[in-house]
Design a protein around this ligand. Sequence first.
Ligand SMILES: Cc1ncc(COP(=O)(O)O)c(C=O)c1O
Length: 400
Amino acid sequence: MSIKLSNRIRQVKPSPTLTLSNKAKEMKDAGHDVINFGVGEPDFNTPEYIKKSAQKALESNFTRYTANAGIIELRKAVCEKLKRDNGLEYEPKNILVSPGAKASILNVLFALCDILDQVLVPLPYWVSYPYQVMLAGAVPVYVKTRIEDCYKLQPETLRASIKENPNVKVLILNSPSNPTGAVYSEAELARIAEICIEHQIVVISDEIYERLVYDGKKHISIASHSQEMKNLTVVINGVSKAYAMTGWRLGYAAGPAEVIAAAGRYQEHATSCVNSITQKACVTALLEEDDSIENMRVEFENRRNFLFGELSRIPHLSCFQPEGAFYIFPDLSWYLENNNAGIRTTDDFCTALLAKYYVAIVSGSSFGEEGTVRFSYANSMQNLVSGAERFARFLSELRV
Ligand SMILES: Cc1ncc(COP(=O)(O)O)c(C=O)c1O
């Protein structure tokens, strides 16, 4: 007799990006020269000044449970960071520290959503948003965006979605975006903010890629639009991407005190506090930054320039220049319609590319956008050169 799993968990599929990474790793272990553009994490080591602070915490036996919401020192450091970088004034009661930004988003969704509340998820989306919404018992409502708008949510589309879906309570916004690399400007955010204020929609603003912004642009948080918008926003951020600390597991949510307290109650019974050593290291990461952080950003910008240059030379590939994160998101629909190899979907395309040229990229279907693929350029320049060349060769062979 097999055990019946819950309906809730049966909606949830394994993460396609992790599945691809595992497959690429298997092939690498079997001796193939695999180039993996699927990875969503910096390929740098955590900076020394942060590691030293963790060593110090360990040596001084800072190893016990901490306050559920995070040590006060860290919540104050987060407030300082939000004021310094985003012009946002918060107090420690507005901050919840969690084991990764992923956990922060889930905690907040649990705090906000009732069964059948609707959550707007612009499409293409980061793979976890729809499943997190479903796990919280709510319903994701996908809002289409267009490559012509760099896949950014347009005010008129937002308005129409709110009108068509009377139970919309939350909008998840992600800038800089995974998977597209798009960054919303202040003016674009202002138009979205005005609609959210008018309809009292809460915005979960995922700003995890804040530090990876290029061309001299600056990241803007939608919460900085106005006091009214700040009262409706929960800012999500963390240390994984900016400080190359993905394995340390620390993210945070900043928002109205009652929402943060409620999200904290969920966390208290789900995971409890973040690893105590990580919390100490993150106080240092946020307050004592050295050059290594900006150096990583500059390196990502160089790689973006290179990879975008290579991809934009390929005929029939539509691609806009991403302004942030470490992803490029080209549309290769033309090749799916014009090949004799029977490749009609991006899943087939990615499988064939990996099998023939050992290049792993993620199919756009994972992000709800068939016809596209995602490259992560969190990879060495040498791999970018070779991988881009193999990708271009594969496309030219496909062309009929
Ligand atoms: C858009 C987005 N949000 C949140 C996260 C989660 O980050 P963390 O490692 O802090 O859980 C990721 C990680 O890939 C991401 O791409």
